[in-house]
Design a protein around this ligand. Structure first.
Ligand SMILES: Cc1cc2nc3c(=O)[nH]c(=O)nc-3n(C[C@H](O)[C@H](O)[C@H](O)COP(=O)(O)OP(=O)(O)OC[C@H]3O[C@@H](n4cnc5c(N)ncnc54)[C@H](O)[C@@H]3O)c2cc1C
Length: 387
């Protein structure tokens, strides 16, 4: 038997972040969202709380926790707002984590402390305009060595945290070999402001409106040869490992959104009246809320399972994809039902459920679409061997 009882330490972290989300994020995030403005103030305070350093050792300025702790924090933030949750997720699980996992001691000491403090943010540059699911087939960005420097040409699409005034760097996946084989891709660190790197304007998005998402263009962008992350030709393996953790983190975010829908609806149905009773009196509403709670609970168990395995150093590719698939479905379904329960108010941007509705869809797309998760699960089941 495996129990999913939180340790005292995890419970304390969960409660601290819940309080922060309630007292600091909830009162103001709707305005940032409407203005499509990045919430520097909130992100700064998240940094002071230590959230950006959660899974990293103290010697680099981290909190000495693990991926499970990070996911707990992300879930609590996402109960209230997904823009701040994805900012944390992308900065830590996608941006800083590869530096910690694959970086040299010099690279870690140079960049991790400011990232752990949340003073600067890291971004992860994998997706390209020509393809996100078929990374190898779609990758056009190249990097070649010239006079002791990498020269990068190409572009990246939809990169989170890439254009804030506190962006530190982006880890860029590029073809360093002749073909698009697994050993032809490497990861290179490109600091913000490097000549030849152009940061595009903010996308106008359906949701996650207070987060920063940009296109990046590289035109003979030069960085020193020792900005290569890990070994030459290991980029493909590195991003697969990074995405295993990233998917669990996105699953925790989706779980938070699904649970946030339940919390908002419980308040609403205890108050709103129709046909002589509060909405919560009607079984049709009760059953909807029962289904919503069941989805959020199942999603939480799925990410707990995957995160606990990863934190214990175990392989969890299948569990990570299952968690991402289940939790993003739960978020979408709960956001739809919550909006319905709120009626007309659910369609008004000033209500959190409207934000949840707009924020849910991307969870089925980012860090591997639901179809990609099914491909991975099917592969893990050995179905690829059937001819
Ligand atoms: C707000 C936002 C933030 C993001 N942040 C980042 C980031 O920080 N870093 C980063 O690198 N990327 C980021 N992404 C990119 C994201 O990971 C990609 O959008 C995603 O992986 C899908 O790739 P794509 O958009 O190219 O879709 P495509 O790969 O073109 O897929 C289109 C559709 O076809 C389906 N499909 C593709 N192949 C198959 C197949 N063989 N069988 C069945 N269906 C298939 C897909 O499931 C999808 O439904 C972000 C995206 C968004 C929207």
């Amino acid at each position: 038997m495996i129990g999913y009882q939180l340790t005292d330490e995890h419970e304390e972290l969960r409660a601290t972040v819940a309080e922060f989300a309630r007292d600091v994020v909830a009162p103001v995030i709707g305005d940032y969202y409407e203005r499509c403005e990045f919430p520097y103030d909130i992100v700064g305070r998240m940094g002071k709380l230590g959230l950006f350093g959660l899974p990293f050792p103290e010697e680099y300025g981290g909190m000495g926790g693990d991926i499970f702790a990070l996911c707990l924090a992300i879930e609590e933030l996402a109960r209230v707002d997904s823009s701040v949750a994805i900012t944390l997720e992308a900065a830590v699980a996608l941006g800083a984590m590869p530096l910690y996992r694959f970086g040299s001691e010099d690279q870690r000491r140079r960049w991790l402390p400011e990232l752990c403090a949340g003073e600067r943010l890291a971004a992860f540059g994998l997706t390209e305009p020509g393809g996100g699911s078929d990374i190898r087939g779609g990758m056009r960005t190249t990097a070649r060595l010239d006079a002791g420097e990498w020269v990068i040409d190409g572009s990246k699409a939809f990169i989170t945290n890439a254009g804030t005034s506190i962006t530190s760097l982006v880890t860029v996946l590029a073809r360093t070999g002749e073909d698009a084989g697994r050993r032809d891709i490497s990861t290179i660190i490109v600091p913000a402001g490097t000549p030849g790197l152009t940061v595009g304007g903010k996308y106008s998005k359906v949701g996650w409106s207070a987060s920063d998402t940009r296109e990046l263009a590289f035109d003979s962008c030069r960085v020193p040869a020792d900005y290569l992350l890990g070994e030459l030709g290991r980029g493909y393996a590195q991003f697969l490992a990074t995405l295993d953790e990233g998917r669990v983190a996105i699953a925790s975010l989706a779980t938070g959104l699904a649970a946030g829908c339940v919390a908002e609806c419980l308040r609403h149905v205890a108050d709103r009246e129709a046909f002589g009773h509060r909405l919560g009196h009607y079984q049709a509403i009760q059953f909807k809320l029962a289904d919503m709670e069941a989805r959020a609970h199942t999603a939480r168990l799925a990410w707990y399972d995957a995160a606990a395995r990863l934190a214990a150093g175990q392989r969890a590719k299948k569990q990570a994809s299952i968690a991402k698939l289940i939790a993003s479905n739960a978020a979408m379904d709960n956001a739809r039902d919550a909006t319905q329960i709120f009626g007309g108010y659910g369609y008004m941007n000033e209500y959190p459920v409207a934000r949840f509705y707009r924020d849910a869809k991307v969870l089925e797309i980012g860090e591997g679409t639901s179809e990609v998760q099914r491909m991975i699960i099917a592969r893990e089941l050995g179905l690829n061997a059937i001819r």
